[in-house]
Design a protein around this ligand. Sequence first.
Ligand SMILES: C[S@@+](CC[C@H](N)C(=O)[O-])C[C@H]1O[C@@H](n2cnc3c(N)ncnc32)[C@H](O)[C@@H]1O
Length: 177
Amino acid sequence: MYKPAEDTFFLEDALKFYKGKCALEIGIGSGYLTHGLCKNYNLVVGTDISFNSLLFAKSNYLKNDNNVFLVCTDLAFPLQNKFDLIISNPPYLPQGSVQFEDNTVHGGAKGIEVSLKLIKNCLPLLNRTGKLLIVRSNLSDLRRMDQMMQELSINKRVVARKRLFFEELEILELSKK
Ligand SMILES: C[S@@+](CC[C@H](N)C(=O)[O-])C[C@H]1O[C@@H](n2cnc3c(N)ncnc32)[C@H](O)[C@@H]1O
């Protein structure tokens, strides 16, 4: 299970600028950010591919939240609701030549494959004015990611940047054109 870390708190800081009724977090890990959403949205859905993460979240950060629904799934594929806000701090490090795969941090060969799949899956779940916030790192292939988003005709805005010891993180705000 992914414990709240620097990237978690970075995304948390950006959330205060958004409001709405329904929110979704993809890849909730410990449930730390989902708990924050529960305080500000009427209905919150959280997904994770790891059942153990959902169990941890349910009995820790989310134990007193009664407006949250948790789904163990790949991204948000079974969902059909519409959301005002979707957030994700997805696995974004490139797998590169590393032999083992840790799906809490490795986002595919170039670090962007999971994020691109997530974006394609989630954009149709946004309300007309809904926003998708996603964390990304300059250790992944950002040029290719930008190119793919341009082809998908997505509105894109960098809402925050943060330099860490070994990488630079960005939060992208994406919406439908
Ligand atoms: C970097 S951690 C972030 C956890 C938490 N949101 C946070 O910010 O602390 C990424 C999370 O995404 C989950 N994950 C990875 N691939 C996924 C997928 N295809 N569908 C849903 N969740 C996934 C991992 O299990 C992990 O909990």
